[in-house]
Design a protein around this ligand. Sequence first.
Ligand code: AQP
Length: 330
Amino acid sequence: MRIFSGIQPTGRKHLGNYIGAIRQYVEGQDRGDPAIYSIVDLHAITVAYEPDQLRTNLYDTTAALLAAGLDPERCILARQSDIPEHTELCWLLSGVCAHGDLNRMTQFKDKSGQQKDLVSAGLFIYPLLQAADVLAYRADEVPVGEDQRQHIELMREIARRFNERFGETLVVPEHRIPEIGARIMDLQEPNRKMSTSVGADSGRVYLLETEKETRKKLGSAVTDSGREVKRGEGKEGIANLIGIYAVARGVSEDEVEAEFEGAGYGDFKKAVADAVVEFLAPVRERYPEIREDEAEIERILAQGAARARELAAETLSDVRAAMGVGVPRS
Ligand code: AQP
């Protein structure tokens, strides 16, 4: 089974990214044959950004993934822009991707509204590049958080349409969305997902911040006027904390409710903070040493790119042949 997922080198990764995506990557590296993880720098240029900052963020994100447990000997870890097959396939697939489908993408609607100076064409075709990222490897499975469901549906549709038009060439991938923690909510506005670009810092726990900061944010997470540690109508804040605690401790949400029956919100929040601090401690401990060695990060990415390119080139050769593009195969 081939696994592929991409993660943007944008800003500092948060608990939502860790629970929804990164933790699944680590688990997938022994199931994947292979598991391919891409730091998708070409996606990050679709909104306003600084070139120097992009490079720094790329090292930060790669080091965070390694610190989280990705092992370059057990998976392929590569930088998207090192593999030109992604962008070539994006263009080739544009012939079977409906403009109307891209127009319906809710992430584009949300993100285009946030842009101050320019809504780039790249932001509009972002899901098409994402489809190319996955389809280039004929991946069977794509681990992502809930917010990516619509994009995965689109890439499935693109693969199906390609195969109908040009013959069976691409694999129609399945998403892998975690049962608990698929949508970690903002701690201050629990009706909205925890996000890199929207909301105050106090609403997101960063993967790499101090224990003190994490405790403070979880301690002041918005709850409700009730008392019971239970999920339910109007209890989005508590439900979010129940999900976070369940993931951090590796138990079910029902078990969390049973454990905290009769406890107050204050005690519960303290327990959540303890659990999250312990959950993230190994990543935080390993990170500084890994991040320091940029030459080693580049070596790992180059090794990953070489392996990834071999796989992507095979698909591209078949796609070109099926589409009647380029020199005919002998
Ligand atoms: N709140 C979340 N809960 C669970 N999973 C989440 N993901 C993102 N937010 C949550 C998952 O993280 C992966 C990486 O996402 P990305 O590469 O798109 O990173 P990003 O855009 O920098 O992160 P955000 O927070 O999603 O940014 P905004 O909100 O600014 O767009 C994906 O698998 C995603 O599902």
